[in-house]
Design a protein around this ligand. Structure first.
Ligand SMILES: Cc1cc2nc3c(=O)[nH]c(=O)nc-3n(C[C@H](O)[C@H](O)[C@H](O)COP(=O)(O)OP(=O)(O)OC[C@H]3O[C@@H](n4cnc5c(N)ncnc54)[C@H](O)[C@@H]3O)c2cc1C
Ligand code: SF4
Ligand code: SF4
Length: 432
């Protein structure tokens, strides 16, 4: 086996950083990403607080150091099946889901997509955009290779269509492509599997999934993004009209005994950023309200950004609305008691944005026999002295799977994990 090798699970900001750092030190890296594209959550965002940089550009810069690196092998659309062995000597079984398009042959010309008759609503785009059954996994299609969504393709339903195969000039469409299995030998494993959002529908009083104009912070990011369903125009979801009033509600599902106990660490700065996008687009033609529990803008430039947004005629209300109601003509109404002025306010809004909490993506704990704590985070080897190590030697954590964190923290955490892997590899080579 190759003792100078490591497996990174998760191709978000943290996993990419770990892989780049280790590859630059001569370690052979396998990077497994379960989705057909790399980047994780970051390239889905419009801009990144507090510097307000373009999120896709930021991810592209990170990837420049990564792609074509001879020490990194990317396995996208892949999953871990099982892991045996121990530090210095892990054996990992991986399966790669069929794309039904030969990655080596696909040139990303798009001829197949033009002839596909099936339109499918795009995940994350609130039903405002569709894609074809054969498609590039946008936004941020890295690797830039097409795939067929078997569940909606007519060929897989009843063999009634083979238009994409006929249209592909490279002969890349392969309907009988099989799932590929592979065995990897590695010295250490980094789990950079990130987070998932808390289900806003569980906070039933805000009616996400019931009223179309109640959306999550991530859905709002897509609405603001140039690659999103409206090309960056912030619009009502039901009638695509310009909103005149938008309410942002913080701590949805966070710091709440009935939901997640902990602070999401992102929602306050997110709401500030979201109100900033709105005011930048519509200026005084729109009313923006932020309903908060506390404002925690604790990063280096966070306070500065908070002061900037406060000065931009955004109304801050110290309290959480009891519920969201919808009038017959589709407007949303909210009552909220403002602790700062001791007044009960009644607000009418076109859009309500829920800044939801986050849960760690710990989908591998059973396969890896790792213990979770009461909030479903991985239990660390030691909360202070070894907070990015798991209870199994050689399995290291990076990024938002550790705790909710910002992009720059995920990158630092990715680098820290790389150093830990290096010491595992050096330790195991001196022991053999
Ligand atoms: C609405 C919203 C707005 C945000 N805005 C900002 C902002 O403005 N500024 C900022 O600093 N931060 C922001 N963040 C936070 C930012 O998205 C995170 O800091 C960043 O995504 C963390 O990167 P990560 O690599 O740790 O996790 P992720 O981005 O979640 O990446 C994890 C990757 O692991 C993959 N994965 C999971 N399980 C497996 C598995 N079993 N096998 C293989 N792959 C797997 C996932 O598919 C994913 O690609 C925002 C987050 C949200 C939700
Ligand atoms: S075979 Fe499937 S993916 Fe290809 S064009 Fe027909 S419906 Fe679309
Ligand atoms: S037509 Fe063929 S080569 Fe072109 S994007 Fe589609 S699968 Fe790839």
């Amino acid at each position: 086996m190759n003792r100078n090798s490591a497996l990174v699970v998760g191709g978000g900001a943290a996993g990419l950083q770990t892989a780049v750092d280790l590859a630059s030190m001569g370690i052979d890296i396998y990077l497994i990403e379960k989705q057909p594209r790399l980047g994780g959550h970051t390239p889905l965002l419009h801009q990144v607080f507090p510097t307000i940089e373009n999120a896709e550009e930021l991810t592209k810069q990170l990837l420049q150091k990564f792609l074509n690196n001879p020490n990194i092998r990317i396995l996208s659309y892949a999953q871990i099946e099982s892991v045996t062995g121990s530090t210095g000597n892990f054996l990992v079984h991986v399966s790669k889901t069929a794309r039904y398009v030969d990655e080596a042959k696909c040139t990303n010309c798009g001829e197949c997509e033009k002839v596909c008759p099936v339109d499918v609503p795009k995940k994350f785009e609130m039903g405002l955009a569709t894609r074809k059954a054969i498609h590039l996994p946008k936004p941020f299609a890295v690797p830039a290779k097409y795939l067929i969504d078997k569940d909606t393709c007519l060929h897989f339903k009843d063999k009634s269509c083979h238009a994409c195969q006929d249209a592909c000039p490279e002969g890349a469409v392969v309907y009988d492509q099989k799932l590929l299995r592979e065995e990897l030998s590695v010295s250490a494993i980094v789990l950079a599997t990130g987070f998932c959002q808390y289900d806003a529908q569980k906070v039933g009083q805000y009616k996400h999934g019931v009223y179309p104009n109640v959306i999550t912070g991530m859905e709002y990011e897509r609405l603001c993004s140039l690659t999103g369903p409206t090309g960056g125009k912030i619009l009502r979801i039901d009638n695509k009209e310009r909103p005149k009033s938008v309410v942002f509600i913080l701590c949805v599902g966070s710091r709440d005994e009935k939901h997640l106990h902990y602070c999401c660490n992102i929602g306050c700065l997110n709401a500030l950023k979201h109100a900033y996008y709105l005011k930048k687009q519509y200026k005084e033609e729109v009313d923006a309200y932020i309903c908060y529990t506390d404002i925690r803008a604790v990063t280096k430039q966070g306070e500065q950004f908070y002061q900037k947004v406060r000065a931009s005629e955004v109304e801050f209300i110290h309290g959480q609305p009891s519920e969201v109601r919808q009038t017959l003509n589709g407007f949303l109404t909210l009552d909220v008691y403002d602790l700062a002025t001791s007044k009960l306010l009644s607000i009418t809004a076109d859009l309500v944005v829920l800044e939801t909490g986050f849960k760690p993506e710990v989908n591998l704990h059973e396969k890896l026999q790792l213990i979770l704590d009461e909030d479903s985070f991985f239990t660390e080897k030691h909360p202070q002295l070894a907070s990015n190590e798991t209870t199994r030697n050689g399995i290291i954590l990076a990024g938002a799977v550790l705790q909710p964190m910002h992009v720059h923290e995920a990158l630092i955490s990715g680098s820290a994990a790389a150093m830990k892997v290096l010491s595992c590899i050096r330790g195991s080579s001196t022991n053999h």
